[in-house]
Design a binder for this molecule. Structure first.
Ligand SMILES: Nc1ncnc2c1ncn2[C@@H]1O[C@H](COP(=O)(O)OP(=O)(O)OP(=O)(O)O)[C@@H](O)[C@H]1O
Length: 834
């Protein structure tokens, strides 16, 4: 069949030529050819009948006579977890990776020839096959993938992962523990990764998506709760397909020689994954890299805020998988970056957090990127066109592209679901429309017929292991309650979410003054600092991260026990994603919303959108509050003075800098007296600052205590790590003071009740349900709005009447009389006039 196909098309860098070619006649996928002879295949079913996953995957139709991947992948791995075939391994070594890239351009071929020569040299040198594009191997036999990931080769040249002790992790894995994965029939190399990661069973979304995507070759729209493992739900099918292609090429190597390599093209982009935030792109890259360890697949993150040159250098390594943010990807694509515009071999297009991509029409770039993709559809209209024309290698690649759209919060209309199941989506219809819904996005990306819709979200959309709660307080007391929560219950990692950067700066500054170490994350930070903040937070056991919604989506940091909503988000979706930073991957967690009177109606509508009738009130020990308030008052005063000082400094230096840049001499306008006064004020304020700081330091060096606290024993709700730290500090100080005063007696501080109560525990033992009268609140809000509108109208009428009256004073007496009577009439019967 390959012989019947015209020669491969050189990749085009122009947008138009990249776009829609003529539809071709359906033809067997070259990947499917020879699949029967795969070593680990035992049988192929006749059709999908009785497919256990059809419930998720929609109607069991074949795609218009085009053999889809389900036929390839009904592979029987047996009941035990399969091990990689030694035979195929040795073939892999025999296979010439440099000859891969069939279907590429003339330049590609030249590069391939070049590589071959280099590799021959390599062979002669080491007696082993080396590829210049392959990870570098150091003297110890460790292979670096260029990003610090290490893969070790054993004597046979097989890749095995090693821990720091040099023990192979595989040795210690009890494979029977992973039997739940068997039904997904993943490639042995992927099973190795799963053993290493220690994931005993697939999550629900993985169970549903992997068969549809990896074995049936379907496009997937996937929705499942936060932290449910969606990354691997699309990541594993990508890796599975790449591995199967390689196995097939290895298998055919004997018969077809170098021609076999076109079944597993390398050096071309195979999967493009788009995420809305940079941090998420980096994380998805790491996650897929982790799953692809030991498999020679290059995964690279292309994100804004990083050096473009470095990213171009990474792209020159021709990675198979790219994970990026829309802005930087489009910047490089529109600049004609070779690897990114050669999309003829793209087999996967993934939109992670897809609903964010279309929010407020933010992501124009997504639209442009989608327009660059070669048409991949086999929708009903396209199929008829395909049957009239012949098939080229390029069109086969196009037909094979799978589109995955994932999020925890996907809203699909029932109508669109029906359309997808019928297979009547038509990407052409969507071309003129903006990407303002998942529907248009999916259609425009060329989703194929019979897409698998996997919606595992429950009515409330929130993670099932999440315990939600709220603290009701005055707006100005939010700082105090936040400090209380972090001090008394600050166990485990906590993320505090703010809606505005101003609020974030305010609380970060206060908490630091109060001696709490926090990291911040917001969009105005340099990218490096953003990643550093996440890294530090990740590596601190009881760390606190204060973030805006830039951290709301996708961030996966283990051990986040609590999410605090200092300010409520603008939408229910953001609330879901924020709260989803905890209670991830089978773990539990707690979210606490600080609700002031300003937030009640918003909170009520949140409850309504999650179909929640009750929320838990977080249990507070109010006896702590006098001490909390005292500390906070001091911290606020310190903050105010320091802020004033730094503002003055900043303004002065700004003024001086600008004056200097235009070579102006600054005249001191102030009189001597003014200058002296200014100096005196400054001195007084720094003295005040110093004394406030001293006072606060003395107070915070003691543990935060409830009012009824006995100095002799600490008892009660438990001690947070912060409290623990403070107690230790106090003990040290006491000992030091005693020594200074010549008291050599060793004193001990006895602490009772050291069990720290983390928020979730406190909530479970002390929280109580509060019914949310969403109707009542909505009614109240309606009434208030009506009243406001009436007042506004009244005010407007009064203003109008007054202006008429004022004008009338300029008219003649009779005119005045007339106007005044009109005004009076207007005021008494406004509606009859207006
Ligand atoms: N089968 C599994 N068993 C246990 N843990 C898993 C499994 N699959 C993935 N994980 C882990 O679960 C965590 C969450 O995964 P992931 O980030 O993919 O979730 P997500 O559904 O994309 O979340 P979000 O919607 O917040 O982006 C990760 O730490 C990942 O390593």
């Amino acid at each position: 069949m390959a012989a019947a196909s015209p020669p491969p098309q050189p990749p085009s860098t122009s947008k138009s030529s990249n776009k829609r070619g003529k539809r071709r006649r359906p033809q067997q996928d070259p990947v499917l050819e020879g699949i029967d002879s795969l070593p680990w295949k035992s049988s192929l079913p006749e059709a999908e009948e009785g497919d256990p996953f059809s419930v998720f995957a929609g109607v069991n139709d074949f795609e218009g006579g085009f053999l889809s991947l389900e036929e390839v992948d009904e592979l029987d791995y047996g009941l035990s977890i399969p091990q990689p075939e030694k035979k195929s391994k040795s073939k892999k070594q025999k296979r010439d990776p440099a000859a891969d890239g069939a279907g590429g351009s003339v330049e590609d071929k030249k590069a391939v020839e070049k590589k071959k020569k280099k590799m021959k040299k390599g062979k002669q040198k080491n007696g082993k096959l080396t590829d210049t594009n392959e990870p570098e191997r150091n003297e110890a036999g460790t292979v670096s993938d260029g990003d610090g990931d290490a893969v070790v080769s054993n004597e046979n040249g097989d890749d095995v992962d090693s821990d720091s002790n040099g023990d192979t992790k595989e040795d210690s894995v009890d494979e029977t523990e992973f039997y739940a994965w068997n039904e997904l029939r993943l490639h042995p190399m992927l099973m190795k990764s799963i053993h290493r990661l220690g994931f005993k069973e697939p999550t629900r979304i993985q169970k549903a998506c992997i068969p549809a995507a990896a074995h049936q070759g379907k496009d997937v729209i996937g929705a499942a709760e936060t932290g449910s493992g969606k990354t691997l739900a699309f990541g594993l099918p990508i890796l599975q397909r790449l591995l199967e292609e390689r196995d097939k090429a290895d298998k055919l190597l004997d018969d077809k020689g170098d021609d076999a390599n076109k079944y597993a093209p390398t050096g071309v982009l195979r999967a493009l994954i788009i995420t809305p935030t940079r941090e998420l792109a980096v994380q998805v890259t790491d996650h897929i890299k982790e799953a692809a360890k030991g498999i020679n697949v290059r995964v690279v993150a292309i994100v804004g805020g990083m050096s473009t040159e470095k990213q171009e250098r990474l792209l020159r390594g021709r990675p198979e998988i790219i994970v990026g943010t829309p802005g930087r990807l489009w910047e490089l694509m529109s600049g004609g970056e070779e690897h990114l515009v050669e999309l003829h071999s793209l087999s996967f297009f993934v939109l992670d957090e897809a609903d964010r991509m279309i929010e407020n029409g933010h992501f124009r770039e997504v639209q442009s990127i989608i327009d660059m993709l070669p048409m991949s559809s086999t929708s009903t209209i396209d199929q008829s066109q395909e049957s009239q024309s012949c098939v080229t290698e390029t069109s086969l690649q196009r037909k094979k592209r799978q589109t995955f759209v994932f999020s925890a919060t996907l809203a699909l209309s029932a109508d669109f679901r029906k359309k997808l199941k019928r297979g009547s989506v038509n990407s052409k219809q969507a071309v003129s429309a903006d990407l303002n819904s998942i529907e248009t996005l999916a259609e425009r990306a060329g989703m194929r017929a019979n897409v698998a819709i996997v919606d595992l979200t429950n009515a409330s959309v929130l993670a099932s292991n999440l315990s939600e709660s709220f603290v009701e307080c005055a707006e100005e007391d939010k700082d105090a309650y936040l400090y209380y929560l972090l001090s008394v219950h600050g166990k485990g990692r906590t993320i505090v979410f703010c809606t505005s950067i101003a609020a974030l700066r305010h609380i970060a500054s206060l908490l630091r003054i109060l001696g709490i170490n926090v990291w911040t994350l917001h969009a105005q930070m340099q990218q490096r600092a953003r990643l550093k903040a996440i890294d530090r937070f990740r590596s601190t056991e009881h760390g606190i991260l204060i973030a805006t919604d830039v951290a709301a989506r996708g961030l996966d940091i283990p051990g986040v026990r609590t999410v605090i909503h200092y300010q409520l988000p603008h939408s229910a979706e953001v609330y879901v994603h924020r709260s989803g930073r905890t209670a991830r991957a089978f773990a539990d967690g707690c979210s606490i919303a600080l609700i002031s009177s300003k937030d009640t109606s918003k909170f009520a509508s949140l409850c309504k959108s999650f179909s929640k009738e009750s929320f838990q009130r977080f249990p507070l020990d109010e006896s702590y509050m006098p001490e909390v308030m005292k500390r906070l008052s001091l911290a606020r005063q310190i903050d105010k003075i320091s802020r004033k000082e730094s503002q003055e400094k900043a303004t002065k230096s700004w003024f001086e800098r600008n004056a200097e840049s235009v070579e102006l001499l600054i005249d001191e306008d102030d009189s001597e007296e003014e200058r002296v006064n200014h100096l005196r004020e400054k001195k007084a304020s720094s003295a005040q600052l110093k004394s406030l700081q001293q006072e606060l330091n003395t107070i915070i060096s003691r543990p935060l205590q409830p009012k009824s606290f006995s100095h002799r024993y600490l008892a009660g709700a438990g001690i947070s790590p912060l409290l623990q730290q403070q107690i230790e500090e106090l003990a040290r100080q006491k000992t030091k003071n005693g020594m200074d005063m010549g008291d050599n007696k060793r004193r001990k501080m006895v602490v009772i009740g050291q069990d720290c109560v983390e928020p979730l525990q406190a909530l479970r033992s002390g929280g109580h349900e509060v019914r949310m009268d969403t109707k009542g609140v909505a009614e109240k809000r309606k009434n208030i709005e009506n009243l406001r509108r009436k007042r506004k109208e009244e005010k407007k009428r009064m203003q109008c009447a007054l202006s008429l009256l004022f004008r009338s004073l300029q008219f003649s007496f009779i005119d005045r009389l007339l106007t005044i009577s009109t005004v009076m009439c207007l005021h008494s019967h406004p509606l009859s006039i207006w």
